[in-house]
Write a protein that binds this ligand. Structure first.
Ligand code: DLL
Length: 437
């Protein structure tokens, strides 16, 4: 196979040189961090008051981990390293309520992100001759604009299709001769189901490749999409806190995701002890960003569970590879690509006086997509035979949940005391989706 590289000098850099580059970038990033209220205080507590206090990459271990809750505590500008007037964009994590986790960008940060995305896209064999249909949400979510900029950087014709509406998606694929797709893996599967229903002939489409990410999926799911849609599927990993997509991506070997080590320092730690795991063992991914000025983040706990490959990749890239993400070390659910914490749902329903004391969150497969049902008891004073009142309550809960978690759940109301109570810890979430990773 002939491999193509966006930036061969960086992608195939000798490890020693790569680590020297990381050290230089880390020092720069420490400089940015010291300009933020949050890190100024945190770093001075561990004796780091200037970039020169970092002598080797090992000095990173002196710095405590940063968590999602630190980011929330620093809302809105605690992590900002430049004057607000020089910021040109913000993104925030999907599905967070109350205090969002927000990331700011200046012009260079956006350029860097676009170039990492271009590296990912080009590395799968795409060229400027491709027509790229970006079937993922645009907006605060980073998947839309992140891939959009990367596709443009490669010079592809980018269609900002956005998510949903399969009939329109097929029409665009036919009209413009789309060759490359981007969506969540569940939407790619859903597309295939709808293709049959809509009577769209696979032969009428020119699609060859698809990027799938933003949610976990197994190797079997990848194979299924590849067989059904007759495309090559590449796994794409990222998180808003680290810009969004473009952190790690599969190359043409389709066997593990290269994490761009000139943009990120990756550590894998045991989520309980927070000690590094042995080479090749599974644990929680911790990332330090090296390619953003405006919102530096040092040793950020992603909560994603994965491991490093120990063997080099056939493509010749020296940047290490991650295995596909197998789960999370917290209770975050990913429902059709949207991140939802059970506590967000609880916050909404428990604030309503008409609601009783017990509830259950059910997540299941509905065809290829995920379905969320929130079952909640009504309070003891509510008559279960007053259907008008119950329907109004159901609509109210649905609406408030939609605002809070950005997805439309199904809501079921149950009589007070009728939902099952567990003897030990309350079981609030029943996730019956197959876990075949
Ligand atoms: O999902 C960014 C993204 C967009 C990645 C498009 C890939 C494609 P968030 O909404 O902040 O950002 O969600 C980040 O999603 O911590 C993982 O738990 C999960 N996730 C993302 N990609 C994958 C993947 C975007 N390929 C959270 N496999 C992360 C498994 C993934 N989980």
């Amino acid at each position: 196979m002939t491999y193509q590289y966006w930036d061969p000098q960086i992608e195939k850099m000798q490890r020693g040189d790569l680590e020297a580059l990381q050290l230089q970038k880390l020092k720069t990033e420490i400089g940015y961090s010291l300009r933020t209220p949050f890190y100024k205080e945190r770093l001075s507590k561990c004796g780091i008051n200037s970039p020169d206090d970092i002598k080797t990459l090992n000095d990173l271990n002196r710095i405590p981990f940063t968590t999602k809750s630190d980011l929330r505590d620093g809302f809105p500008y605690g992590f900002l390293s430049i004057p607000k007037d020089d910021v040109i964009r913000l993104h925030s994590s999907s599905g967070t309520t109350g205090t969002p986790t927000v990331i700011y960008f200046n012009r260079d940060d956006i350029k860097n992100w676009a170039s990492f995305m271009a590296r990912c896209i080009y590395g799968t064999g795409c060229t400027k001759n491709d027509v790229f249909q970006n079937m993922i949400t645009y907006g605060l979510f980073t998947g839309g604009l992140g891939f959009h900029q990367g596709g443009e950087e490669v010079g592809m014709l980018v269609i900002p299709a956005g998510a949903g509406n399969t009939a329109r998606q097929f029409k665009m694929m036919q009209d413009y001769g789309t060759t490359v797709l981007h969506a969540t893996p569940s939407f790619l599967l859903h597309l295939e189901t709808k293709m049959k229903e809509a009577g769209v002939e696979r032969e009428s489409l020119s699609i060859k490749k698809a990027f799938g990410g933003a949610e976990p999926y197994s190797e079997d799911t990848r194979k299924r999409i590849e067989t059904l849609l007759k495309v090559d599927v590449y796994n794409s990993y990222g998180l808003s806190e680290m810009n969004g997509p473009g952190v790690a991506f599969e190359c043409q070997c389709k066997d593990g995701l290269h994490i761009w080590e000139d943009g990120y320092i990756a550590e894998i730690v045991n989520p309980d002890t927070l000690e590094p795991v042995k080479e090749g063992e599974s644990g929680e991914l911790v990332l330090t960003i090296l390619c953003r000025e405006t919102t530096p983040l040092l040793r950020y706990r992603t909560r994603d569970l994965t491991s490093f490959y120990t063997e080099p990749c056939a493509c010749g890239r020296t940047h290490r590879k991650l295995r596909r993400i197998t789960g999370r070390s917290d209770d975050m659910l990913i429902i059709n690509g949207v991140n939802v914490f059970p506590s967000q749902i609880e916050e909404v329903i428990m604030a309503m006086k008409e609601v009783g004391n017990n509830y259950l969150i059910v997540v299941e497969k509905d065809g290829a997509l995920d379905r969320l049902t929130v079952k909640t008891e009504v309070n003891a004073n509510t008559f279960m035979d007053d259907s008008r009142l119950l329907n109004a309550l159901k609509d109210k809960i649905k609406e408030m949940l939609k605002v809070s978690i950005s997805i439309n759940p199904k809501v079921e109301l149950h009589e007070s005391g009728s939902l099952p109570i567990s003897e030990g810890k309350a079981v609030r979430v029943k996730d019956t989706r197959p876990k075949d990773i």
